[in-house]
Design a binder for this molecule. Sequence first.
Ligand SMILES: NC(=O)c1ccc[n+]([C@@H]2O[C@H](COP(=O)([O-])OP(=O)(O)OC[C@H]3O[C@@H](n4cnc5c(N)ncnc54)[C@H](OP(=O)(O)O)[C@@H]3O)[C@@H](O)[C@H]2O)c1
Length: 223
Amino acid sequence: MSVALRSNMKLGVLGTGMVGNTIASKLVQLGHDVKMGSRTAGNAKAADWAKANGTHASQGTFGDAASFGEIVFNCTSGMNSLQALGLAGAANLRGKILVDVANALDFSKGMPPSLSVCNTDSLGEQIQRAFPETHVVKALNTVNCGVMVNPSIVPGDHDLFIAGNDAGSKKTVTQLLQQWFGWKSVVDVGDITAARATEMLLPIWVRLMGQLQTPNFNFKIVR
Ligand SMILES: NC(=O)c1ccc[n+]([C@@H]2O[C@H](COP(=O)([O-])OP(=O)(O)OC[C@H]3O[C@@H](n4cnc5c(N)ncnc54)[C@H](OP(=O)(O)O)[C@@H]3O)[C@@H](O)[C@H]2O)c1
């Protein structure tokens, strides 16, 4: 299912953390109407974000944001994404593209985090199974949030990976990433089972961030 991108769309961003804030702010800057969702309608971080981003920015519950968005971004804590999306509601996500940015990082034993799901399953697949009528496209989870919406922070050519079951939805998300966020190379790594691979990049990503002392780097495929 492809969606024709327009210059003023209604978009839902689930998540009030730095990723939700960064993506939602970029979308407002591009001229879209954006609703940020949270567990609670009056969430202070979402209220601050909406206040700072003008009349195109609004806030509500996860359900409000999912219902509002023509396309919805999952920017919730990966360990809690299934609960957050449950609150968003299957009916509000039905027939829509859900761009899944989350990583199921388990910090309960300190740093570095481990993945709570890996190898034979992934968060992207768990979400797709739980919401079979939603088109889950895993994307952006392999870069820091500043790089997500401004890839030129990292000089040179570098790649972004997407995975999902529906070709039309991946085409739409690829166009969105290219036209709105400025990505030059979006690499389709396959159906949603490929989310295992992109989520399992996180252990090396976390190690590299520690060694490089910056989150502003990315992977580049050379062949
Ligand atoms: N930081 C990065 O640059 C980066 C890069 C790539 C991917 N990611 C991924 O992006 C996602 C967002 O990261 P973040 O640091 O911005 O935010 P975060 O702190 O990981 O998540 C914040 C969001 O998760 C929701 N949440 C937390 N516990 C919940 C629960 N028990 N039930 C339902 N919802 C719950 C919060 O709801 P409330 O609004 O109600 O508090 C909030 O909206 C994560 O999955 C992360 O792994 C991050």
